[in-house]
Design a protein. Structure first.
Length: 135
């Protein structure tokens, strides 16, 4: 059985704000942006992995009764985020930092073999960028 990842879901407070960050700052491409019965299906892909879509899901849209709890978890930054590979972690760090989002970790060589950094997106999700260690 061959399996491949097709979609990753991120809860976001504001889809337009998240779209601006992931599209304009990170350079992701909009794959879908449609409204179906009041639900906005908004997906983006990286240029190098067009088959893997990141769904920017309006917090509480799927489970409206859980909206308050989801918003509280999102505000704490405890919901899952996304890890990206980057050719140049330091250049990526500088570009993302210039956008004004919260820095969680500046670039560092990790003992497990990568160089990485971390931020919170405008909704509070952790996003990490990793790449090769510095030589």
């Amino acid at each position: 059985m061959a399996l491949m990842i097709s979609h990753v879901f991120l809860e976001v407070r504001d889809q337009d704000e998240a779209l601006a960050f992931y599209r304009d700052v990170l350079g992701l491409r909009v794959n879908s942006d449609v409204v179906i019965e009041g639900y906005r299906w908004l997906t983006l892909t990286t240029p190098s992995q067009p088959d893997v879509e990141i769904v920017l899901n309006q917090v509480g849209m799927v489970y409206p009764t859980d909206r308050e709890q989801l918003e509280a978890l999102l505000a704490k930054g405890v919901l899952n985020g996304v890890f990206f590979k980057a050719d140049d972690v330091d250049a990526t760090f500088e570009k993302v930092r210039e956008s004004g989002v919260e820095v969680l970790q500046e670039p560092i060589d990790q003992p497990y073999g990568v160089r990485d950094c971390a931020f919170r997106d405008p909704s509070g999700n952790m996003i990490r960028f990793s790449g090769p260690k510095r030589s």
